[in-house]
Design a protein around this ligand. Sequence first.
Ligand code: HEC
Ligand code: HEC
Ligand code: HEC
Length: 474
Amino acid sequence: MTNNTSRVQPADALVQSMRRRRFRVATLAAAFSLFALYVAWHEAHGPGMRHSDELPITQARADDAAQPAIAGATPTVASSDLVKRGEYLARAGDCVACHTADKARPFAGGLPINTPFGTIVTPNITPDPDTGIGQWSDADFLRAMHEGVGKSGERLYPAFPYAEYTKVTDQDVLAIRAYLNTLTPIHYAPPSNSLKFPFNQRWLMVFWNLFNFDEGRFVPDPKQSPELNRGAYLVQGLAHCEECHTPRNFMQGLKTSSRFSGAVQAGWHAYNITPDKNSGVGNWSDDELAAYLSTGAAPGRANAAGPMAEVVTDSTQYLTREDVGSIVTYLRSVPPINGGESRPRDQWGNPAVDDVTALRGTTINTVNGAQLFIANCATCHNWTGQGVGASAPGAYPSLIHNSAVGASDANNLAMVILHGVSRTTKQADVLMPAFATQLTDDQVAAITNYVTKQFGNPQSTVTVDQVATLRTQQ
Ligand code: HEC
Ligand code: HEC
Ligand code: HEC
Protein backbone atom coordinates (compact mmCIF):
# COMPACT_ATOMS: atom_id res chain seq x y z
CA MET A 1 0.00 0.00 0.00
CA THR A 2 2.60 2.59 1.06
CA ASN A 3 5.28 1.52 -1.33
CA ASN A 4 7.18 4.75 -0.79
CA THR A 5 7.99 4.24 2.90
CA SER A 6 11.30 2.57 2.16
CA ARG A 7 12.58 5.66 0.39
CA VAL A 8 13.76 8.81 2.19
CA GLN A 9 10.85 11.21 2.20
CA PRO A 10 10.62 14.97 2.46
CA ALA A 11 9.22 16.03 5.84
CA ASP A 12 5.71 17.11 4.68
CA ALA A 13 5.22 13.90 2.74
CA LEU A 14 6.04 12.03 5.92
CA VAL A 15 3.55 14.06 7.94
CA GLN A 16 0.95 13.42 5.25
CA SER A 17 1.57 9.71 5.26
CA MET A 18 1.34 9.64 9.08
CA ARG A 19 -1.94 11.49 8.90
CA ARG A 20 -3.19 9.05 6.34
CA ARG A 21 -2.17 6.18 8.58
CA ARG A 22 -3.87 7.72 11.61
CA PHE A 23 -6.99 8.24 9.55
CA ARG A 24 -6.89 4.60 8.48
CA VAL A 25 -6.51 3.42 12.09
CA ALA A 26 -9.43 5.62 13.16
CA THR A 27 -11.61 4.29 10.35
CA LEU A 28 -10.75 0.74 11.25
CA ALA A 29 -11.48 1.37 14.92
CA ALA A 30 -14.84 2.92 14.07
CA ALA A 31 -15.72 0.04 11.76
CA PHE A 32 -14.67 -2.45 14.39
CA SER A 33 -16.82 -0.81 17.07
CA LEU A 34 -19.80 -0.89 14.74
CA PHE A 35 -19.09 -4.56 14.05
CA ALA A 36 -18.82 -5.29 17.76
CA LEU A 37 -22.09 -3.47 18.43
CA TYR A 38 -23.75 -5.43 15.67
CA VAL A 39 -22.42 -8.70 17.09
CA ALA A 40 -23.68 -7.80 20.54
CA TRP A 41 -27.06 -6.87 19.14
CA HIS A 42 -27.21 -10.00 17.05
CA GLU A 43 -26.24 -12.29 19.91
CA ALA A 44 -28.99 -10.71 22.00
CA HIS A 45 -31.71 -10.68 19.36
CA GLY A 46 -30.64 -13.19 16.73
CA PRO A 47 -30.42 -16.89 17.55
CA GLY A 48 -32.32 -16.38 20.82
CA MET A 49 -35.39 -15.32 18.86
CA ARG A 50 -35.21 -18.25 16.51
CA HIS A 51 -38.15 -20.15 15.20
CA SER A 52 -40.69 -17.80 16.72
CA ASP A 53 -41.94 -17.22 13.18
CA GLU A 54 -42.18 -20.86 12.25
CA LEU A 55 -44.19 -23.92 12.88
CA PRO A 56 -43.43 -25.25 16.32
CA ILE A 57 -40.57 -27.74 16.43
CA THR A 58 -42.97 -30.41 17.56
CA GLN A 59 -44.72 -30.30 14.18
CA ALA A 60 -42.67 -33.20 12.81
CA ARG A 61 -43.42 -35.25 15.87
CA ALA A 62 -47.09 -34.54 15.50
CA ASP A 63 -46.89 -36.41 12.22
CA ASP A 64 -46.03 -39.49 14.15
CA ALA A 65 -48.71 -39.10 16.74
CA ALA A 66 -48.04 -40.57 20.15
CA GLN A 67 -44.54 -41.47 19.20
CA PRO A 68 -42.08 -41.67 22.08
CA ALA A 69 -38.84 -39.70 22.13
CA ILE A 70 -36.77 -41.03 19.27
CA ALA A 71 -33.41 -41.78 20.85
CA GLY A 72 -33.25 -45.12 22.57
CA ALA A 73 -36.96 -45.80 22.19
CA THR A 74 -38.31 -49.10 20.98
CA PRO A 75 -39.00 -48.30 17.36
CA THR A 76 -42.68 -48.09 16.56
CA VAL A 77 -43.97 -48.39 13.03
CA ALA A 78 -44.40 -44.62 12.86
CA SER A 79 -40.88 -43.90 14.06
CA SER A 80 -39.33 -46.37 11.66
CA ASP A 81 -41.15 -44.51 8.87
CA LEU A 82 -39.67 -41.30 10.18
CA VAL A 83 -36.20 -42.85 10.27
CA LYS A 84 -36.59 -44.15 6.71
CA ARG A 85 -37.63 -40.72 5.52
CA GLY A 86 -34.69 -39.26 7.41
CA GLU A 87 -32.29 -41.65 5.72
CA TYR A 88 -33.65 -40.69 2.32
CA LEU A 89 -33.33 -37.00 3.12
CA ALA A 90 -29.82 -37.44 4.55
CA ARG A 91 -28.91 -38.98 1.21
CA ALA A 92 -30.51 -36.10 -0.67
CA GLY A 93 -28.34 -33.80 1.49
CA ASP A 94 -25.26 -36.00 0.98
CA CYS A 95 -24.24 -35.62 4.64
CA VAL A 96 -22.07 -38.73 4.37
CA ALA A 97 -19.83 -37.25 1.66
CA CYS A 98 -18.40 -34.54 3.91
CA HIS A 99 -18.81 -36.20 7.29
CA THR A 100 -16.88 -39.36 6.41
CA ALA A 101 -13.09 -39.53 6.10
CA ASP A 102 -12.75 -43.26 6.59
CA LYS A 103 -15.44 -45.59 5.17
CA ALA A 104 -15.14 -47.68 8.35
CA ARG A 105 -16.30 -44.63 10.33
CA PRO A 106 -19.33 -43.31 8.46
CA PHE A 107 -20.62 -39.92 9.67
CA ALA A 108 -17.79 -39.66 12.24
CA GLY A 109 -16.18 -36.75 10.39
CA GLY A 110 -12.47 -36.04 10.07
CA LEU A 111 -12.52 -35.10 6.38
CA PRO A 112 -10.28 -32.07 5.73
CA ILE A 113 -11.96 -29.48 3.51
CA ASN A 114 -9.52 -27.06 1.90
CA THR A 115 -10.72 -23.49 1.59
CA PRO A 116 -8.79 -20.40 0.50
CA PHE A 117 -8.63 -19.51 4.21
CA GLY A 118 -7.19 -22.76 5.52
CA THR A 119 -8.39 -26.27 6.28
CA ILE A 120 -11.68 -27.08 8.01
CA VAL A 121 -12.12 -30.60 9.34
CA THR A 122 -15.65 -32.00 9.44
CA PRO A 123 -17.06 -32.89 12.86
CA ASN A 124 -18.46 -36.20 14.06
CA ILE A 125 -22.27 -36.27 13.64
CA THR A 126 -22.89 -39.77 14.98
CA PRO A 127 -24.86 -39.93 18.27
CA ASP A 128 -21.70 -40.40 20.37
CA PRO A 129 -22.30 -38.23 23.47
CA ASP A 130 -18.68 -37.07 23.87
CA THR A 131 -17.32 -36.68 20.36
CA GLY A 132 -20.52 -36.62 18.28
CA ILE A 133 -23.89 -34.89 18.58
CA GLY A 134 -25.43 -37.31 21.10
CA GLN A 135 -26.04 -34.53 23.59
CA TRP A 136 -27.57 -32.12 21.11
CA SER A 137 -31.24 -31.27 21.53
CA ASP A 138 -33.47 -31.13 18.47
CA ALA A 139 -33.46 -27.36 18.85
CA ASP A 140 -29.64 -27.34 18.73
CA PHE A 141 -29.74 -29.44 15.59
CA LEU A 142 -32.34 -27.21 13.93
CA ARG A 143 -30.30 -24.15 14.80
CA ALA A 144 -27.15 -25.64 13.24
CA MET A 145 -28.94 -26.59 10.01
CA HIS A 146 -30.96 -23.40 9.71
CA GLU A 147 -28.65 -20.75 11.13
CA GLY A 148 -25.14 -22.20 11.02
CA VAL A 149 -24.77 -21.94 14.79
CA GLY A 150 -23.15 -24.74 16.83
CA LYS A 151 -24.21 -26.20 20.17
CA SER A 152 -22.42 -23.61 22.31
CA GLY A 153 -23.67 -20.76 20.17
CA GLU A 154 -20.48 -20.62 18.10
CA ARG A 155 -20.68 -19.67 14.44
CA LEU A 156 -20.14 -22.52 12.01
CA TYR A 157 -18.14 -22.05 8.83
CA PRO A 158 -20.06 -22.00 5.56
CA ALA A 159 -18.04 -25.00 4.31
CA PHE A 160 -21.05 -26.60 6.02
CA PRO A 161 -23.76 -25.74 3.49
CA TYR A 162 -26.18 -24.18 5.99
CA ALA A 163 -26.78 -21.40 3.45
CA GLU A 164 -28.77 -24.06 1.57
CA TYR A 165 -29.93 -26.24 4.46
CA THR A 166 -31.68 -23.19 5.93
CA LYS A 167 -34.37 -23.80 3.27
CA VAL A 168 -35.22 -27.27 4.57
CA THR A 169 -38.44 -27.58 6.59
CA ASP A 170 -38.27 -28.29 10.33
CA GLN A 171 -40.02 -31.55 9.62
CA ASP A 172 -37.36 -32.75 7.19
CA VAL A 173 -34.49 -31.59 9.41
CA LEU A 174 -35.97 -33.49 12.34
CA ALA A 175 -36.43 -36.60 10.21
CA ILE A 176 -32.70 -36.42 9.40
CA ARG A 177 -31.98 -36.07 13.10
CA ALA A 178 -34.13 -39.11 13.84
CA TYR A 179 -32.12 -41.09 11.30
CA LEU A 180 -28.75 -39.88 12.63
CA ASN A 181 -29.89 -40.97 16.10
CA THR A 182 -30.15 -44.56 14.87
CA LEU A 183 -26.52 -44.68 13.68
CA THR A 184 -23.92 -46.56 15.70
CA PRO A 185 -22.25 -43.97 17.93
CA ILE A 186 -18.59 -43.73 16.98
CA HIS A 187 -16.19 -42.42 19.59
CA TYR A 188 -13.80 -40.37 17.47
CA ALA A 189 -12.64 -36.79 17.82
CA PRO A 190 -11.49 -35.42 14.45
CA PRO A 191 -8.34 -33.26 14.36
CA SER A 192 -8.92 -29.53 14.75
CA ASN A 193 -9.09 -26.95 11.96
CA SER A 194 -6.02 -25.15 10.74
CA LEU A 195 -7.23 -21.73 9.78
CA LYS A 196 -5.06 -18.63 9.75
CA PHE A 197 -5.91 -15.52 11.73
CA PRO A 198 -8.37 -13.85 11.33
CA PHE A 199 -10.32 -16.73 9.78
CA ASN A 200 -9.98 -18.81 12.96
CA GLN A 201 -12.27 -16.22 14.59
CA ARG A 202 -15.66 -17.86 14.30
CA TRP A 203 -17.55 -14.72 15.24
CA LEU A 204 -16.38 -13.15 11.98
CA MET A 205 -18.94 -15.39 10.25
CA VAL A 206 -21.50 -12.89 11.48
CA PHE A 207 -20.23 -10.60 8.72
CA TRP A 208 -20.08 -13.37 6.18
CA ASN A 209 -23.70 -14.13 7.00
CA LEU A 210 -24.60 -10.49 6.70
CA PHE A 211 -23.59 -10.46 3.04
CA ASN A 212 -23.99 -14.06 1.97
CA PHE A 213 -26.71 -15.71 4.00
CA ASP A 214 -30.48 -15.39 4.01
CA GLU A 215 -31.92 -17.37 6.86
CA GLY A 216 -35.33 -18.83 6.12
CA ARG A 217 -37.30 -21.80 4.90
CA PHE A 218 -38.15 -22.47 1.24
CA VAL A 219 -41.27 -20.66 0.10
CA PRO A 220 -43.09 -22.41 -2.76
CA ASP A 221 -44.14 -20.25 -5.69
CA PRO A 222 -47.92 -20.70 -6.05
CA LYS A 223 -47.66 -19.79 -9.76
CA GLN A 224 -45.47 -22.84 -10.43
CA SER A 225 -46.38 -26.53 -10.55
CA PRO A 226 -45.90 -28.68 -7.45
CA GLU A 227 -43.25 -30.58 -9.42
CA LEU A 228 -41.20 -27.48 -10.12
CA ASN A 229 -41.54 -26.36 -6.51
CA ARG A 230 -40.40 -29.77 -5.30
CA GLY A 231 -37.35 -29.56 -7.58
CA ALA A 232 -36.56 -26.04 -6.38
CA TYR A 233 -36.88 -27.17 -2.77
CA LEU A 234 -34.45 -30.04 -3.32
CA VAL A 235 -31.91 -28.19 -5.49
CA GLN A 236 -31.81 -24.99 -3.44
CA GLY A 237 -31.93 -26.90 -0.17
CA LEU A 238 -30.70 -30.37 0.66
CA ALA A 239 -29.06 -31.21 -2.68
CA HIS A 240 -26.97 -27.99 -2.49
CA CYS A 241 -26.08 -28.18 -6.20
CA GLU A 242 -25.07 -24.53 -6.15
CA GLU A 243 -22.23 -25.12 -3.69
CA CYS A 244 -20.30 -26.42 -6.69
CA HIS A 245 -22.13 -25.11 -9.76
CA THR A 246 -22.47 -21.42 -8.81
CA PRO A 247 -19.42 -19.13 -8.94
CA ARG A 248 -18.29 -17.40 -5.73
CA ASN A 249 -17.54 -13.83 -4.76
CA PHE A 250 -14.32 -12.73 -3.02
CA MET A 251 -15.82 -13.72 0.35
CA GLN A 252 -16.51 -17.21 -0.99
CA GLY A 253 -20.23 -16.52 -0.90
CA LEU A 254 -22.36 -17.64 -3.84
CA LYS A 255 -22.69 -15.12 -6.67
CA THR A 256 -26.44 -15.15 -6.87
CA SER A 257 -26.45 -13.13 -10.10
CA SER A 258 -24.94 -16.06 -11.99
CA ARG A 259 -26.49 -19.07 -10.38
CA PHE A 260 -25.64 -22.49 -11.88
CA SER A 261 -23.29 -20.93 -14.44
CA GLY A 262 -20.37 -23.09 -13.38
CA ALA A 263 -17.34 -22.80 -11.10
CA VAL A 264 -13.95 -24.39 -10.59
CA GLN A 265 -13.23 -25.89 -7.20
CA ALA A 266 -10.24 -28.01 -6.18
CA GLY A 267 -9.26 -28.42 -9.84
CA TRP A 268 -12.65 -29.64 -11.06
CA HIS A 269 -14.93 -27.56 -13.23
CA ALA A 270 -18.53 -28.02 -12.14
CA TYR A 271 -19.99 -27.00 -15.48
CA ASN A 272 -22.67 -24.53 -16.38
CA ILE A 273 -25.95 -26.45 -15.88
CA THR A 274 -28.33 -23.64 -16.83
CA PRO A 275 -30.60 -24.28 -19.85
CA ASP A 276 -28.30 -22.25 -22.14
CA LYS A 277 -27.98 -24.15 -25.45
CA ASN A 278 -24.23 -23.65 -25.94
CA SER A 279 -22.83 -23.04 -22.47
CA GLY A 280 -25.21 -25.10 -20.37
CA VAL A 281 -27.24 -28.29 -20.72
CA GLY A 282 -30.04 -26.79 -22.85
CA ASN A 283 -29.60 -29.38 -25.58
CA TRP A 284 -29.86 -32.39 -23.23
CA SER A 285 -33.20 -34.17 -23.08
CA ASP A 286 -35.01 -34.59 -19.77
CA ASP A 287 -34.24 -38.30 -19.90
CA GLU A 288 -30.53 -37.67 -20.41
CA LEU A 289 -30.39 -35.34 -17.42
CA ALA A 290 -32.29 -37.85 -15.31
CA ALA A 291 -30.00 -40.69 -16.43
CA TYR A 292 -26.93 -38.62 -15.58
CA LEU A 293 -28.18 -37.91 -12.06
CA SER A 294 -29.32 -41.50 -11.45
CA THR A 295 -26.41 -43.40 -13.01
CA GLY A 296 -23.63 -40.87 -13.64
CA ALA A 297 -23.65 -41.49 -17.36
CA ALA A 298 -25.52 -39.85 -20.22
CA PRO A 299 -23.99 -41.52 -23.31
CA GLY A 300 -23.08 -39.04 -26.00
CA ARG A 301 -23.13 -36.19 -23.48
CA ALA A 302 -21.18 -36.71 -20.29
CA ASN A 303 -19.93 -38.98 -17.52
CA ALA A 304 -19.68 -38.06 -13.87
CA ALA A 305 -16.15 -38.09 -12.46
CA GLY A 306 -14.56 -36.44 -9.43
CA PRO A 307 -16.90 -34.66 -7.02
CA MET A 308 -19.90 -35.29 -9.28
CA ALA A 309 -19.19 -39.04 -9.18
CA GLU A 310 -19.41 -38.77 -5.39
CA VAL A 311 -22.68 -36.86 -5.64
CA VAL A 312 -24.15 -39.63 -7.82
CA THR A 313 -22.68 -42.46 -5.72
CA ASP A 314 -23.79 -41.12 -2.33
CA SER A 315 -26.80 -39.03 -3.17
CA THR A 316 -28.67 -38.60 -6.46
CA GLN A 317 -28.78 -42.31 -7.44
CA TYR A 318 -30.99 -42.90 -4.38
CA LEU A 319 -33.55 -40.26 -5.29
CA THR A 320 -36.91 -41.47 -6.55
CA ARG A 321 -37.80 -41.06 -10.23
CA GLU A 322 -40.26 -38.36 -9.20
CA ASP A 323 -37.65 -36.38 -7.28
CA VAL A 324 -35.08 -36.67 -10.07
CA GLY A 325 -37.80 -35.57 -12.51
CA SER A 326 -38.58 -32.56 -10.30
CA ILE A 327 -34.92 -31.59 -10.16
CA VAL A 328 -34.74 -31.73 -13.96
CA THR A 329 -37.93 -29.67 -14.29
CA TYR A 330 -36.49 -27.05 -11.97
CA LEU A 331 -33.09 -26.93 -13.72
CA ARG A 332 -34.93 -26.29 -16.99
CA SER A 333 -36.57 -23.25 -15.44
CA VAL A 334 -33.53 -21.36 -14.15
CA PRO A 335 -32.34 -18.39 -16.22
CA PRO A 336 -29.97 -19.53 -19.01
CA ILE A 337 -26.50 -18.02 -18.71
CA ASN A 338 -24.30 -17.73 -21.75
CA GLY A 339 -20.61 -18.14 -20.99
CA GLY A 340 -19.56 -17.33 -24.56
CA GLU A 341 -19.13 -20.89 -25.87
CA SER A 342 -19.75 -21.30 -29.59
CA ARG A 343 -20.95 -24.91 -29.33
CA PRO A 344 -22.21 -27.24 -26.61
CA ARG A 345 -19.44 -29.14 -24.76
CA ASP A 346 -20.81 -32.42 -26.03
CA GLN A 347 -20.85 -31.47 -29.72
CA TRP A 348 -17.14 -31.66 -30.52
CA GLY A 349 -14.81 -34.18 -32.03
CA ASN A 350 -14.32 -36.78 -34.74
CA PRO A 351 -12.91 -40.29 -34.55
CA ALA A 352 -9.18 -40.58 -35.21
CA VAL A 353 -8.57 -42.11 -38.63
CA ASP A 354 -4.88 -42.17 -39.31
CA ASP A 355 -2.94 -41.90 -36.07
CA VAL A 356 -2.15 -45.58 -35.67
CA THR A 357 -0.94 -46.00 -39.25
CA ALA A 358 0.96 -42.74 -39.07
CA LEU A 359 2.78 -43.92 -35.96
CA ARG A 360 3.53 -47.41 -37.27
CA GLY A 361 7.24 -48.08 -37.56
CA THR A 362 8.28 -44.61 -36.49
CA THR A 363 10.55 -44.06 -33.52
CA ILE A 364 9.37 -41.24 -31.31
CA ASN A 365 11.88 -39.63 -29.02
CA THR A 366 9.94 -36.67 -27.73
CA VAL A 367 6.83 -36.81 -25.58
CA ASN A 368 4.12 -37.60 -28.12
CA GLY A 369 0.45 -37.28 -27.22
CA ALA A 370 -0.85 -39.65 -29.90
CA GLN A 371 1.64 -42.35 -28.97
CA LEU A 372 0.94 -41.96 -25.25
CA PHE A 373 -2.80 -42.10 -25.93
CA ILE A 374 -2.46 -45.34 -27.84
CA ALA A 375 -0.23 -46.84 -25.16
CA ASN A 376 -2.32 -45.80 -22.14
CA CYS A 377 -5.89 -45.15 -23.18
CA ALA A 378 -6.71 -46.98 -26.40
CA THR A 379 -7.24 -50.39 -24.76
CA CYS A 380 -10.42 -49.01 -23.23
CA HIS A 381 -11.40 -45.99 -25.28
CA ASN A 382 -10.27 -47.45 -28.63
CA TRP A 383 -7.61 -45.72 -30.75
CA THR A 384 -10.43 -44.07 -32.67
CA GLY A 385 -11.62 -42.55 -29.37
CA GLN A 386 -15.05 -44.13 -29.85
CA GLY A 387 -14.94 -46.24 -26.70
CA VAL A 388 -16.10 -49.80 -26.18
CA GLY A 389 -19.56 -50.99 -25.20
CA ALA A 390 -21.55 -48.05 -26.59
CA SER A 391 -24.14 -46.98 -24.07
CA ALA A 392 -24.31 -50.11 -21.89
CA PRO A 393 -23.93 -49.48 -18.15
CA GLY A 394 -20.24 -49.45 -17.24
CA ALA A 395 -19.14 -49.09 -20.89
CA TYR A 396 -15.83 -47.45 -21.73
CA PRO A 397 -17.25 -44.21 -23.02
CA SER A 398 -16.59 -42.55 -26.32
CA LEU A 399 -14.37 -39.49 -25.95
CA ILE A 400 -16.17 -37.92 -28.89
CA HIS A 401 -19.24 -35.98 -27.78
CA ASN A 402 -18.07 -36.02 -24.18
CA SER A 403 -18.38 -32.86 -22.10
CA ALA A 404 -15.00 -33.20 -20.34
CA VAL A 405 -13.26 -33.41 -23.73
CA GLY A 406 -15.31 -30.71 -25.44
CA ALA A 407 -15.34 -28.16 -22.61
CA SER A 408 -13.63 -24.83 -23.18
CA ASP A 409 -11.05 -25.72 -20.54
CA ALA A 410 -9.26 -29.03 -20.15
CA ASN A 411 -9.31 -29.14 -16.32
CA ASN A 412 -11.60 -32.11 -15.93
CA LEU A 413 -9.90 -34.12 -18.66
CA ALA A 414 -6.50 -33.66 -17.00
CA MET A 415 -8.06 -34.43 -13.61
CA VAL A 416 -9.64 -37.62 -14.98
CA ILE A 417 -6.28 -38.76 -16.40
CA LEU A 418 -4.48 -37.94 -13.13
CA HIS A 419 -7.04 -39.19 -10.64
CA GLY A 420 -9.18 -41.67 -12.59
CA VAL A 421 -12.92 -42.24 -12.25
CA SER A 422 -14.62 -44.16 -9.46
CA ARG A 423 -18.37 -44.39 -9.17
CA THR A 424 -20.56 -47.04 -7.62
CA THR A 425 -24.20 -47.28 -8.57
CA LYS A 426 -26.87 -49.93 -8.69
CA GLN A 427 -26.13 -50.31 -12.43
CA ALA A 428 -22.36 -50.64 -12.37
CA ASP A 429 -19.08 -50.26 -10.52
CA VAL A 430 -17.33 -47.82 -12.78
CA LEU A 431 -13.59 -47.61 -12.57
CA MET A 432 -10.99 -45.88 -14.69
CA PRO A 433 -7.46 -46.18 -13.28
CA ALA A 434 -5.59 -43.05 -12.13
CA PHE A 435 -2.43 -42.31 -14.09
CA ALA A 436 -0.88 -39.89 -11.59
CA THR A 437 1.88 -42.28 -10.60
CA GLN A 438 2.59 -43.65 -14.10
CA LEU A 439 2.72 -40.46 -16.12
CA THR A 440 4.81 -37.32 -15.67
CA ASP A 441 3.30 -33.84 -15.89
CA ASP A 442 4.50 -33.33 -19.45
CA GLN A 443 3.10 -36.71 -20.49
CA VAL A 444 -0.30 -35.89 -18.96
CA ALA A 445 -0.25 -32.50 -20.68
CA ALA A 446 0.65 -34.15 -24.00
CA ILE A 447 -2.20 -36.69 -23.77
CA THR A 448 -4.66 -34.02 -22.67
CA ASN A 449 -3.76 -31.76 -25.55
CA TYR A 450 -3.88 -34.63 -28.02
CA VAL A 451 -7.30 -35.72 -26.76
CA THR A 452 -8.85 -32.24 -26.91
CA LYS A 453 -7.37 -31.59 -30.36
CA GLN A 454 -8.37 -34.95 -31.80
CA PHE A 455 -11.63 -35.77 -30.02
CA GLY A 456 -12.83 -32.53 -28.52
CA ASN A 457 -12.44 -28.78 -28.38
CA PRO A 458 -9.06 -27.99 -29.96
CA GLN A 459 -8.98 -24.60 -28.25
CA SER A 460 -8.74 -26.07 -24.78
CA THR A 461 -5.20 -26.94 -23.80
CA VAL A 462 -3.21 -27.38 -20.60
CA THR A 463 0.37 -26.46 -19.78
CA VAL A 464 2.78 -28.67 -17.89
CA ASP A 465 2.60 -26.22 -14.94
CA GLN A 466 -1.19 -26.46 -14.84
CA VAL A 467 -0.96 -30.24 -14.73
CA ALA A 468 1.53 -29.96 -11.84
CA THR A 469 -1.01 -27.88 -9.91
CA LEU A 470 -3.93 -30.19 -10.75
CA ARG A 471 -1.87 -33.17 -9.60
CA THR A 472 -1.81 -31.82 -6.03
CA GLN A 473 -5.60 -31.30 -5.94
CA GLN A 474 -8.23 -33.82 -4.86
C1 HEC B 1 -20.07 -29.85 1.79
C2 HEC B 1 -19.71 -30.52 3.01
C3 HEC B 1 -20.79 -30.82 4.04
C4 HEC B 1 -21.99 -31.44 3.83
C5 HEC B 1 -22.57 -31.95 2.53
C6 HEC B 1 -22.61 -31.54 5.13
N1 HEC B 1 -21.82 -31.00 6.08
FE1 HEC B 1 -22.22 -30.88 8.07
N2 HEC B 1 -20.55 -29.78 8.33
C7 HEC B 1 -19.56 -29.57 7.40
C8 HEC B 1 -18.46 -28.85 8.00
C9 HEC B 1 -17.19 -28.42 7.30
C10 HEC B 1 -18.82 -28.62 9.34
C11 HEC B 1 -18.00 -27.89 10.40
C12 HEC B 1 -18.18 -26.41 10.31
C13 HEC B 1 -17.38 -25.70 11.35
O1 HEC B 1 -16.45 -26.29 11.93
O2 HEC B 1 -17.69 -24.54 11.61
C14 HEC B 1 -20.14 -29.22 9.50
C15 HEC B 1 -20.86 -29.18 10.70
C16 HEC B 1 -22.06 -29.82 10.90
C17 HEC B 1 -22.77 -29.83 12.16
C18 HEC B 1 -22.31 -29.15 13.44
C19 HEC B 1 -21.57 -30.18 14.26
C20 HEC B 1 -20.77 -29.63 15.38
O3 HEC B 1 -20.17 -30.45 16.11
O4 HEC B 1 -20.67 -28.42 15.53
C21 HEC B 1 -23.89 -30.58 11.99
C22 HEC B 1 -24.94 -30.89 13.02
C23 HEC B 1 -23.88 -31.03 10.61
N3 HEC B 1 -22.75 -30.56 9.98
C24 HEC B 1 -24.86 -31.83 10.07
C25 HEC B 1 -24.92 -32.14 8.72
C26 HEC B 1 -26.02 -32.84 8.11
C27 HEC B 1 -27.22 -33.38 8.83
C28 HEC B 1 -25.73 -32.92 6.78
C29 HEC B 1 -26.59 -33.49 5.66
C30 HEC B 1 -27.95 -32.98 5.56
C31 HEC B 1 -24.46 -32.27 6.56
N4 HEC B 1 -23.99 -31.83 7.76
C32 HEC B 1 -23.84 -32.13 5.33
C33 HEC B 1 -19.61 -29.94 6.07
C34 HEC B 1 -20.68 -30.56 5.46
C1 HEC C 1 -19.47 -31.47 -4.85
C2 HEC C 1 -19.64 -30.65 -6.02
C3 HEC C 1 -20.89 -30.86 -6.85
C4 HEC C 1 -22.20 -30.89 -6.42
C5 HEC C 1 -22.73 -30.77 -5.01
C6 HEC C 1 -22.99 -31.07 -7.61
N1 HEC C 1 -22.21 -31.12 -8.72
FE1 HEC C 1 -22.82 -31.46 -10.63
N2 HEC C 1 -20.92 -31.51 -11.27
C7 HEC C 1 -19.80 -31.29 -10.48
C8 HEC C 1 -18.61 -31.49 -11.29
C9 HEC C 1 -17.18 -31.34 -10.83
C10 HEC C 1 -19.04 -31.84 -12.59
C11 HEC C 1 -18.19 -32.23 -13.78
C12 HEC C 1 -17.97 -33.73 -13.72
C13 HEC C 1 -17.13 -34.32 -14.82
O1 HEC C 1 -16.69 -33.59 -15.71
O2 HEC C 1 -16.92 -35.53 -14.80
C14 HEC C 1 -20.50 -31.83 -12.52
C15 HEC C 1 -21.32 -32.14 -13.61
C16 HEC C 1 -22.70 -32.04 -13.61
C17 HEC C 1 -23.53 -32.24 -14.77
C18 HEC C 1 -23.04 -32.58 -16.18
C19 HEC C 1 -22.66 -31.35 -16.94
C20 HEC C 1 -21.86 -31.67 -18.17
O3 HEC C 1 -22.04 -30.99 -19.18
O4 HEC C 1 -21.01 -32.59 -18.12
C21 HEC C 1 -24.84 -32.07 -14.36
C22 HEC C 1 -26.08 -32.17 -15.22
C23 HEC C 1 -24.80 -31.77 -12.94
N3 HEC C 1 -23.49 -31.77 -12.53
C24 HEC C 1 -25.92 -31.54 -12.17
C25 HEC C 1 -25.88 -31.39 -10.79
C26 HEC C 1 -27.05 -31.29 -9.96
C27 HEC C 1 -28.49 -31.28 -10.46
C28 HEC C 1 -26.62 -31.20 -8.67
C29 HEC C 1 -27.45 -31.17 -7.42
C30 HEC C 1 -28.35 -32.30 -7.27
C31 HEC C 1 -25.17 -31.23 -8.71
N4 HEC C 1 -24.76 -31.34 -10.01
C32 HEC C 1 -24.37 -31.17 -7.59
C33 HEC C 1 -19.79 -30.98 -9.14
C34 HEC C 1 -20.91 -30.99 -8.30
C1 HEC D 1 -9.11 -49.68 -17.95
C2 HEC D 1 -9.91 -48.91 -18.86
C3 HEC D 1 -9.59 -47.45 -19.05
C4 HEC D 1 -8.40 -46.85 -19.40
C5 HEC D 1 -7.06 -47.52 -19.63
C6 HEC D 1 -8.68 -45.44 -19.56
N1 HEC D 1 -9.98 -45.20 -19.31
FE1 HEC D 1 -10.91 -43.42 -19.44
N2 HEC D 1 -12.60 -44.22 -18.70
C7 HEC D 1 -12.77 -45.54 -18.34
C8 HEC D 1 -14.02 -45.68 -17.64
C9 HEC D 1 -14.60 -46.97 -17.08
C10 HEC D 1 -14.59 -44.39 -17.58
C11 HEC D 1 -15.89 -43.96 -16.88
C12 HEC D 1 -17.11 -44.35 -17.61
C13 HEC D 1 -18.34 -43.82 -16.94
O1 HEC D 1 -18.27 -42.75 -16.33
O2 HEC D 1 -19.38 -44.45 -17.04
C14 HEC D 1 -13.69 -43.50 -18.27
C15 HEC D 1 -13.94 -42.16 -18.47
C16 HEC D 1 -13.13 -41.32 -19.20
C17 HEC D 1 -13.46 -39.98 -19.58
C18 HEC D 1 -14.78 -39.24 -19.29
C19 HEC D 1 -14.69 -38.56 -17.96
C20 HEC D 1 -15.77 -37.53 -17.71
O3 HEC D 1 -15.69 -36.91 -16.65
O4 HEC D 1 -16.66 -37.35 -18.54
C21 HEC D 1 -12.40 -39.48 -20.23
C22 HEC D 1 -12.27 -38.09 -20.83
C23 HEC D 1 -11.38 -40.51 -20.27
N3 HEC D 1 -11.88 -41.61 -19.64
C24 HEC D 1 -10.13 -40.39 -20.86
C25 HEC D 1 -9.13 -41.34 -20.73
C26 HEC D 1 -7.76 -41.12 -21.13
C27 HEC D 1 -7.25 -39.85 -21.77
C28 HEC D 1 -7.07 -42.26 -20.84
C29 HEC D 1 -5.60 -42.54 -21.00
C30 HEC D 1 -4.73 -41.71 -20.22
C31 HEC D 1 -8.03 -43.21 -20.29
N4 HEC D 1 -9.25 -42.60 -20.22
C32 HEC D 1 -7.72 -44.50 -19.93
C33 HEC D 1 -11.91 -46.55 -18.60
C34 HEC D 1 -10.59 -46.38 -18.97
